[in-house]
Design a protein around this ligand. Structure first.
Ligand code: HAM
Length: 417
């Protein structure tokens, strides 16, 4: 029996990889403009980091982590998200000492043992963006604007920004108590997960997706009605600045997100093009997490984009061809000049390809089309006799003769122009 990829994992094949290069390059370019630098952390960490960072009662930690015993008896976990590991690294290397306003990003695979479906995998990838040391609501607005600018840079337009404030350590406990009280009457009619969470972590009930539970959950007390003055003021300012920037959003009091570290602003961007797994990115503020994990009392805010989901949203066609000049030597005598031109074109930075297998002219032209070649450079006995190359503009279906001594410069000008 042949061995197949593990359920929930997937290969990114050469045809698709160009789209990935595109979204990676867009992320690097844009994030540099907003003052972010890359930070790379390991894909596995001590299990305790995630339990403490994300919250033991979350689905991620309680059901979805790939946790294994190390040979020395320690417990390790493949990272289910990037924030906890980045916070660990920031603390471990005292990065906030030298840069108390630190902006970093990371890209790479994450692992969650969820039920696989379209847009949901057990190994998936994120672009993760984090800013430390900023308490101002303008950084919430800037972070959200950055998330949307990234989607825009990738050509993704059809989406909705969903926004909420989940309060902070001052106001949330009283709200959670209200929720717990309200759930006492309602919970017995809810799903088993909700019944358990009504007790252990009532906020998580708001995450419930079971259709029969929705009406009862919608009627529960809303965090927005119980924010303390500081949280309410912060949220009002975030909203004012989003409006100032012309960024539309929808408020959702149920957007508590699946991780426990959030305070105040939470947000997601969803797209109905994605189907059931509609969230392409999510994030929020997490003031307090750095301190909880043993670091200074630094604020934090960020978001992560699901790269598989982003690729699903890319406009069709967007990928450019894989070849600038496809060379077609038609006879034996044409082969050596074609080899020399191929090398010169490559040295000039162009993507030049030559098929040495002696396939028919027709099949080579088809190959040039398949590669998205912009130009074909054709050389046969007739061209050799006349001291020219025939250059075909593939998109325009136009041909012209170019003098042999001009061919390299001509193709360089055309390809770069
Ligand atoms: P998250 O909402 O758990 O947040 O994940 C962010 C994004 O990762 C989701 O919107 C989705 O696009 C993608 N994603 C999550 N799980 C899967 C999966 N199983 N398959 C495919 N894509 C998936 C976080 O991870 C936070 N650490 C974000 C953050 C950063 N908050 C503050 N800073």
């Amino acid at each position: 029996m042949t061995i197949q990829a593990v359920r929930g994992t997937r290969d990114i094949l050469p045809d698709e990889v160009q789209a990935w290069h595109g979204i990676e390059a867009a992320a690097r370019g844009l994030l540099a403009r907003y003052g972010y630098r890359e930070l790379r952390t390991p894909v596995f960490e001590e299990t305790e980091l995630f339990a403490r960072g994300i919250g033991a009662e979350t689905d991620i930690v309680s059901k979805e982590m790939y946790t294994f015993a190390d040979r020395d008896g320690g417990s390790l976990t493949l990272r289910p998200e990037a924030t906890a590991g980045i916070v660990r690294a920031v603390i471990e290397h005292n990065l906030l000492n030298t840069d108390p306003a630190l902006k970093v990003y990371a890209m790479g695979p994450m692992f969650r043992r969820e039920r696989p479906q379209k847009g949901r995998y057990r190994q998936f990838h994120q672009v993760d963006v984090e800013a430390f040391g900023f308490r101002s609501p303008s950084v919430d607005a800037e972070t959200i604007e950055l998330a949307l600018a990234y989607l825009d840079a990738c050509g993704v337009r059809q989406h909705e920004l969903v926004l909420n404030s989940v309060g902070d350590r001052h106001c949330r406990p009283a709200y959670v108590q209200k929720l717990r009280d309200a759930l006492r009457d309602v919970a017995p009619a809810l799903c088993a997960d909700c019944q358990r969470r009504a007790d252990t972590n009532p906020l998580r009930v708001l995450d419930c997706k079971v259709p029969e539970d929705q009406a009862a959950i919608d009627a529960l007390p809303r965090i927005g009605d119980h924010l303390c003055a500081e949280c309410a003021e912060h949220f009002a300012e975030v909203r004012r600045q989003l409006e100032l920037l012309g960024i539309p959003y929808r408020l959702s009091h149920r957007l508590v997100r699946g991780l426990d570290y959030y305070v105040r602003t939470t947000f997601e961007v969803t797209s109905d093009l994605l189907g059931a797994q509609s969230s392409v990115l999510g994030g929020g503020r997490y003031d307090g997490l750095v301190k909880d994990l043993g670091g200074p009392d630094a604020a934090g805010i960020g978001f992560a984009v699901g790269m598989e989901r982003l690729v699903l949203l890319l406009p069709p066609g967007g990928g450019e061809g894989r070849c600038d000049v496809f060379l077609l030597p038609l006879t034996k005598a044409a082969f050596d000049p074609a080899l020399r031109l191929q090398r010169a074109l490559r040295q000039a930075g162009l993507r030049a390809l030559l098929d040495p297998e002696g396939r028919s002219f027709k099949s080579r032209m088809k190959q040039a089309d398949r590669l998205g070649a912009r130009f074909a450079a054709i050389l046969g006995d007739d061209e050799i006799a006349r001291g020219v190359w025939k250059v075909r503009d593939m998109a325009r279906s136009e041909q012209e003769d170019v003098k042999e001594e001009r061919i390299l410069d001509h193709l360089k000008e055309k390809a770069n122009g």
